[in-house]
Design a protein around this ligand. Structure first.
Ligand code: KG4
Ligand code: ZN
Length: 339
């Protein structure tokens, strides 16, 4: 079955073509218009999606050597995300499904991250624990089987990626902050300063990242950062901050894995691209854990993960007629996190 998928939940316009579960093309256009604002501006994101969605789709079709009339299933991100941004991809995809008379599969973006480590990879066996760390969400999910998920931990304030982005902003490094901090941290000293771990009192599997961000802010004030800054100081702060965030993610994930008695862990979402986080999790392999991380193309937001989850949903849901009639009545749901 040829699948055409769309992802427009934030600032990436992406479209992918899949042949069942195999990704044939995955085109991602990252919007650069937000750079000068130091963060995503929702209205700009919507306009950019509107401008680029046809270009991106045509590129995905061309790379897959496919024509629109060969497509047998359409998928789009439905939630969560920026309402205007979601609406562009979702409405466009719905209209295409109606005109091509093919099933339409709405997809939860976070759930798509969860299954992204399955794409073009050896698949983890159930049950496993999934750490999902993106710009807007931080979740620990116990996955018993396909579509049998239990959220066991989340953030009580900022998401992990949000903390990277906000700290990068405090350091005037640009947006998105994660990849920049990751790069600068490589030459820094992680023991330069101990930032607090993301603990929440009496909630061992929940995270709080706003404390780390505030602690960076106070530390910069104490250092009189603007007057004293230099490359070495910046890399040392990046390395120390990155150490605190990744250590928190690792420790809580391990605590939850022990509680649920699983030795298989997947990590996904933009922050899973972090080089130190990957190393910390890969180090668990020698302790008997099986670790699954998506390939680079499927870590940050992408259409392939939307298409892949659509394939799974269509395959596992017994009532296929839902995707022909009822799914066309669905609306975007910008704040829905429940997966
Ligand atoms: O999953 P994603 O592409 O979009 C959302 O669903 O939010 O994640 C984007 C987030 C941003 O906060 C970005 O700074 C972070 O992922 N990120 C990273 C790295 N690459 C992207 N954080 C840490 N290290 C990285 N290498
Ligand atoms: Zn995402």
């Amino acid at each position: 079955m040829k699948i055409l998928a769309f992802e427009t939940s934030c600032d990436e316009t992406s479209s992918a073509v899949l042949n069942d579960e195999n990704v044939v093309s995955n085109i991602i256009m990252s919007q650069l218009s937000h750079l000068e604002w130091g963060g995503v501006v929702p209205e700009i994101a919507s306009r950019e999606h509107l401008k680029n969605i046809v270009l991106v789709m045509n590129e995905a079709l061309k790379k897959a050597n496919s024509k629109l009339n060969e497509i047998e299933l359409i998928a789009a991100a439905k939630e969560p995300g920026l309402v205007g941004a979601l609406l562009i991809g979702f409405s466009f995809a719905k209209s295409l499904a109606i005109s091509l008379e093919v099933p339409f599969v709405p997809v939860n973006h976070i759930q798509a991250h969860l299954y992204s480590s399955f794409i073009q990879n050896e698949k983890p066996s159930f049950p496993f624990l999934s750490l999902i760390v993106s710009g807007g969400h931080t979740l620990l999910v116990y996955v018993e089987d396909y579509f049998k998920h239990k959220i066991v931990g989340t953030t009580v304030d900022d998401a992990a990626g949000e903390a990277f982005d906000k700290v990068a902003k405090l350091l005037n490094l640009g947006y998105p902050g994660g990849p920049i901090i990751d790069r600068l941290a490589k030459t820094g000293n992680k023991d330069f300063h101990k930032f607090p771990l993301a603990n929440v009192k009496n909630q061992p599997y929940n995270f709080s990242f706003s404390g780390i961000k505030t602690s960076v802010l106070y530390f910069l004030r104490k250092l009189n950062f603007e007057e004293n800054k230099n490359d070495k100081l910046i890399s040392d702060i990046c390395a120390s901050f990155q150490e605190a965030v990744t250590e928190s993610l690792l420790r809580k994930t391990l605590a939850a894995a022990k509680k649920y008695n699983v030795k298989t862990i997947t990590i996904s979402g933009g922050v899973a691209a972090n080089s130190l986080l990957k190393v910390k999790f890969e180090n668990l392999i020698s302790k008997g854990y099986k670790i699954y991380i998506p390939s680079t193309d499927y870590i940050t937001d992408n259409g392939a993960m939307i298409g892949y989850l659509a394939y799974l949903k269509y395959k596992y849901y017994s009532d296929k007629s839902y995707f022909i009639y009822e799914s066309l009545k669905e609306a975007v749901n910008p704040r829905l996190v429940n997966i």
